[in-house]
Design a protein around this ligand. Sequence first.
Ligand code: FES
Ligand code: MG
Length: 600
Amino acid sequence: RTKELEEKLSSMETSPKKSLRSSQWLNKPDDLAMSALYADRYMNYGLTSEELLSGKPIIGIAQSGSDLAPCNQYHTTLAKRVREGIRTAGGIAIEFPTHPIQESSRRPTATLDRNLSYLSLVELLYAYPFDGVVLLTGCDKTTPAMLMAASTMNIPAICLNVGPMLNGYDRKALIGSGTVVWKARELHAAGEIDDTGVFDLVTKGTPSVGHCNTMGTASTMNALAEALGMALPGSAAIPAPYRERAQCAYKTGVQIVEMVHADRKPSDIMTREAFENAIMVNTAIGGSTNAPIHLNAIAKHIGVKLDLDDWDNIGHSLPLLVNLQPAGEYLGEEYHRAGGLQAVIAELLDQGRLHESALTANGKTIRENNAGKHSWDRRTIKEYGQPMLKDAGFLHITGNLFDSAIMKTSVISEEFRKVFLEDPNDPNAFESKAVVFDGPEDYHKRIETAEVDERTILVMRGTGPLGYPGAAEVVNMTAPGRLLKKGLKYSLPCIGDGRQSGTSGSPSILNASPEAAANGNLAILKDGDKLRVDLTKRKVNILISADEIKQRREELMARGGYKAIESHTPYQDLFRREVGPLSEGMVFPRATKFQRVAQD
Ligand code: FES
Ligand code: MG
């Protein structure tokens, strides 16, 4: 045992701050028979009455890994070390499955399941005798779903990420999981690789257990969980197969028991300051465009005010420090070896950019955990003064096409900038004609024949939370094969009411709300309409007259509004009845009023 663990264990021998929640089930002096009934089925698999009735904290292990959720599947192994940590610290572990979410194969889209997984986890945490919970996170939506549930329940909770995969390689070239899909599509469309070549190249991006090794949504959300203070310092970036990952699982198990004794709850950790820290960290790591949706959703469930203006105001003026795909070159292993998130936080602390006294899961502040842990590898994690890019955060964009959308500027390429943004008479702005697609099926059908040239804006609609239930990751669209064959060197600008994969390097304007299916103005756009995009003013406008807009809206409503695809399952229908827009985190507004139910 290390000195640190010894100290932690001895400090925990003091009695808990308040009586345990589980005692409402397992210690009912006025109805012993009921306590026995509650306890007896857990004894079925070998737990003893001594363990269950000893007053030790009961710790849930929320297991999100299964054969159906391969990115998180390795958690079925890691959970054994979590258990040993819990046991060593004097707790009783009860592992249970959560609703699985597999990002890449779930149809119509994995985001549909975030709120379902959230709802079901709230039910489990509320209904059973848990004093605290370890949230086994990883693949994109598993992390926000679990943090949303921890927010609603507000019992002590800590995240354990499954960790990124090892690096993928094609000969010497690094192949990033997820990111490689876009490259393979382009090579295929340009005729440079055949069908087998696509399959081979894409699967090289997935060399081991773990979540995507790029700075996609999985790496982002687990980094933000750590930045919020909801995971152990240094835990987010450890690759899944590394020994430190299993050691971290053990330490997380020890920590949650201490958190229960200290009664350190999500609402003590996830304060407004913690969310602001997470927004700033998101810029420095080059985080996914899904981050605002998920972080705003978590904030809504814990009752902290947060909106997209905060992302622009707080997050835009920070630099990109992490050289990871898709905004940079490297992958998860280099990032971890270079110091991971702790090294990024150390840079931001030096500049006084973070709320340094924000409390974290281990009872220490973000400063105490991370100050001075600078990187030794400046290829991978840059110094604050010599970043990959300045002002690298998201823009919050409005206009007459939508009320709210975001844009990730860290992925705007030099080639794109030269074509669209370097007119001295109109700096940081451009005007182009739009070609409009109604969902991914329409895009695939028409992209090769539609009137698309080197300056076209591709618009994707009908893909928001209502239109394509859950909001599809389809806004980033590949240019037609004929342009790629001619050597087009940049992604065409894309605008849409859906989302974009965190692993995509497209400079898209996405998550537009209100969406077409809510009869936002995207629904009245036609092929050939001119759009003006002004990144300085944060505006996107359709260049048609107010009268024309009014007339088109009347015609739209006379047709009964925008026609989205039908619901195919009961939950898709329920989801559409309850869900709010992407700009508000795509939560179920009615669910957010059950904040902190566990305190009652
Ligand atoms: Fe699961 Fe990327 S698809 S982490
Ligand atoms: Mg994704």
